[in-house]
Design a protein around this ligand. Structure first.
Ligand SMILES: C[S@@+](CC[C@H](N)C(=O)[O-])C[C@H]1O[C@@H](n2cnc3c(N)ncnc32)[C@H](O)[C@@H]1O
Length: 174
């Protein structure tokens, strides 16, 4: 399993025994704070100082990928999604919990207005990023979207579709 932008390791206690997690995080200050949670975790966890846009793993490495409150901050989210697709196996599960631009005229516009200042004080976080739309454009197959706080937060379940699979289907129909 791969975790993107693990920060201080808040998700580490939730991984089960017997699971191996490779967790990437580009901020060394965040990474320094993960040690306690890494040592306390019952899962086996390996951390890497790396960005989602350039993942240090070979193609087709992971059966599951997790990202929580990360896509708002990634400077090049489309590139990150390409990388996640690359390192994921075909049909790998990709689970996200993200805050997004709200589908509400006034609140969405308020997010747009706040984003320039918000980015400066919140470490590059885009309050108004439409991560669900980015996922759709990246050709992930979205199976479930749960919305919280009037659509401010989304829990998204999707899976990876590999190009090779579509080629096989095309070939099979000949
Ligand atoms: C709001 S924190 C969330 C941390 C953690 N996932 C959580 O749920 O508490 C956002 C995280 O995204 C990380 N991040 C920023 N740019 C990134 C990138 N290009 N690739 C991966 N992670 C990134 C930040 O360093 C930070 O740890």
């Amino acid at each position: 399993m791969l975790e993107i932008g693990s920060g201080t390791g808040v998700n580490f206690p939730y991984y089960e025994r017997g699971v191996h997690v490779d967790a990437i995080e580009p901020n060394p200050l965040m990474m320094n704070q993960t040690k306690k949670r890494k040592d306390a975790a019952i899962a086996s966890i390996e951390t890497y100082l790396a960005s989602a846009e350039k993942l240090p793993f070979p193609d087709d490495s992971f059966g599951a990928v997790v990202a929580t409150l990360v896509f708002c901050t990634i400077p090049e989210p489309a590139k990150a999604l390409q990388e996640i697709k690359r390192v994921s196996k075909s049909d790998a599960t990709f689970l996200l919990f993200e805050h997004v631009r709200m589908d509400h005229k006034m609140l969405g516009k308020t997010q747009d207005f706040l984003t320039p200042a918000w980015k400066k004080v919140c470490d590059g976080c885009h309050l108004n990023r439409d991560t669900l739309e980015l996922l759709k454009q990246s050709d992930f197959s979205i199976s479930k979207v749960d919305s919280y706080f009037y659509g401010l937060f989304l829990a998204i379940e999707c899976s990876n579709i590999k190009e090779v699979k579509r080629i096989n289907i095309d070939e099979a129909s000949k």
